[in-house]
Design a protein around this ligand. Sequence first.
Ligand SMILES: Cc1cc2nc3c(=O)[nH]c(=O)nc-3n(C[C@H](O)[C@H](O)[C@H](O)COP(=O)(O)O)c2cc1C
Length: 188
Amino acid sequence: MMKAQTSVDIHELFAQRRSPRSLDESANVSNEDVVAILEAARWAPSANNIQPWRFLVGRRGDAEFKSILDALVPFNQSWAYRAALLVAVGGESIREDGNPNPTYMYDCGLAVAQLTLESHHRGFVAHQMAGFDADKAGALFQGQRPVIIVAIGKQAAADQLEGQTYDREIATRERKALSEIVLNALPL
Ligand SMILES: Cc1cc2nc3c(=O)[nH]c(=O)nc-3n(C[C@H](O)[C@H](O)[C@H](O)COP(=O)(O)O)c2cc1C
């Protein structure tokens, strides 16, 4: 995988991770890898250790996969059907005391970051998608709010994609400069 042009050396998981859309339709994730990916998410930090994240896991070919895929917008369906796993992430937005949990989405994001990096560490790629139908995604859960859907699989050659999707697949990853996102002077 192509490494990002980072301003200083950082862990290669961050430098090499990207969100590909070209996935290998025949690749599977072993049970051990599925559990490890979820275990990494489980150990994310959360406000008051509430752990508001909930995961619905679909494997290509099963009923859960079909219903998660069906919740995606057509553009995402056009490439994510090749994923080995689709993970729908929902969040408990209400705390046990009945008050809203203002950080539930933030906490879910942290868990998904860990799931993403564990996936890449194990030789898979994970691609997050907010492009889903809210009602269909809501129906996947047991009262939790839909937060994100993640496609996990093996990266395949870019040339099975077409047009703009192909162009985006082979483009260099770009980011704002540190000086644009750090509001005070950098130490280097
Ligand atoms: C919250 C969120 C929502 C996203 N939604 C989509 C999506 O619906 N479809 C898609 O193809 N990519 C989606 N992405 C992927 C981003 O486009 C991608 O992370 C970004 O362009 C940076 O590229 P990189 O992850 O390869 O560095 C999403 C990413 C995040 C974090």
